[in-house]
Design a protein around this ligand. Sequence first.
Ligand SMILES: [Zn+2]
Length: 122
Amino acid sequence: MQCQRCQREITEEESFLHLGQTLCEDCYLDIRQPVKACDPWAVYLAGRSRDSVGAVGTEGLTELQKAICEFVQGRGKVTAEELTAHFGLSGTELQSQVAVLRHCELLRGQKEADKVYIVPFR
Ligand SMILES: [Zn+2]
């Protein structure tokens, strides 16, 4: 059988059923445990996998993630609304992109008064 998400060949013992879809363990865990911002374990894993492919800085990111990084660095600080408007993303899409960039310690959230800004990590 095949994982319906990543198309990997899996045995029946390796398969998980989620909302009517047959998934491999990786995809199942991926769906069941969405990456949360500020999760130290995810930060560790993100850092480790980037190290293992020799990625530095923004290498290893998608074009969109790089563009978001550059946009935030150029502005100094932006709100999520500015990012969704600029990149034409939905709030959910933006959140998942920003979560990755936070894990890679390129961006972070900064609270000022009653607003949360996205700012460069350093
Ligand atoms: Zn899979």
